[in-house]
Design a protein around this ligand. Sequence first.
Ligand SMILES: [Zn+2]
Length: 407
Amino acid sequence: MKTKCHYRLAAAFVACLCIANAGAEPSDLERQARQIARDNLLIDTHLDVPYRMQGGWVDVTQAAEDGDFDYPRAKAGGLNLPFMAIYTPARMEKDDGDASEAFELANHLIDSVEAMAARAPDRMMLVTSTRDVDKAMQTGRMGLAMGMENGSPLNHELENVSYFAKRGISYITLSHGESNHICDSSYDEHRQWNGLSPFGKEVVKEMNRVGVMIDVSHVTDETFYQVLEISQVPVIASHSSPRHFTREWERNMSDEMIRALAQNGGVIQLNIGSTFISQEARDWSDTMDEKRTAYLEEKGAPPHGEEASKFSKEYRDQNPFPYATLDDVLATFEYVIKLVGVEHVGIGTDFDGLGDSLPVGLKDVSDYPVLIAGFLERGYSEDDIRAIMGGNLMRVWREVEAFARKS
Ligand SMILES: [Zn+2]
């Protein structure tokens, strides 16, 4: 039963936002949360905006009808620094190892983020270093940083680490849904490397040398521990959650892994998707996947075609999705904080990458103040909240840059 005070608070907060135009006054807590969001650096390390725009171009510097991100909503939510995911699907790395298609798409997606910043130079700027973050904050602009989700675009060339760093990539998620030429993936039973490939080990060292943050979201446990062994600087998980809430699901991180990450000075940026933080939502999703696979096999239909979408829609109509609540999201943060302290946690929502599975009350980039009000309500200090909002990620990023300067 989600009847705890925090959930009621979220509902009240949302209700208040809805009737704000009718003259209702926000409570002190809501006002304080909005002010904290507005006055401090707020980083979200994972938004799938570029790939969303591949599916249907839209000018997100203006209010957009769909999607989880556009400039006006981000501004209202206090977001200063979204990391735009330069995501390439795992299938683009072919069986013979050729990943030139991924290299090409990554370049197109980076171009699209550059275009976004260029379209609104008075409100947005590209951010490729912590110095740029300071500049964006000083000039009151939103910084657009970039993280590469899936290392496939490196396409077997170590020099591509510095090539993409020069193009503005600040972190690389080593793999995505399938094992690639760098390492194995948590989603893939095929473990061709038992962790990092020989090339992947060189990639980790090169990322340290060049000053690109290493992102361990999506990788297998073996890969994670090997990365920690090799990396000389702290690493991040750009959009993962604790496995504690989702049993043995390897895409999330075990307590032992979160402790090891923290011991190394790193930070886990929490994914807020319902299926990342609630076992009920995971079970729903697993059951749906199983039934859809069986249905498509029977029909002889492809896994991502029209039949698949139709099945998903009908299934959802008949079996309502059990959305997580703000209470669940706060419990996730609190769990990590109790485990390793407030210095090792941040925000990596996965907005625009989760479809219709976002928690109640946290549906897009205008909703960060709801989360902040939840922290305040649970008694967190403004210092703690600032650390979660961006201070922790900045600490790691600065360490990564400092190491590269010495290299
Ligand atoms: Zn992802």
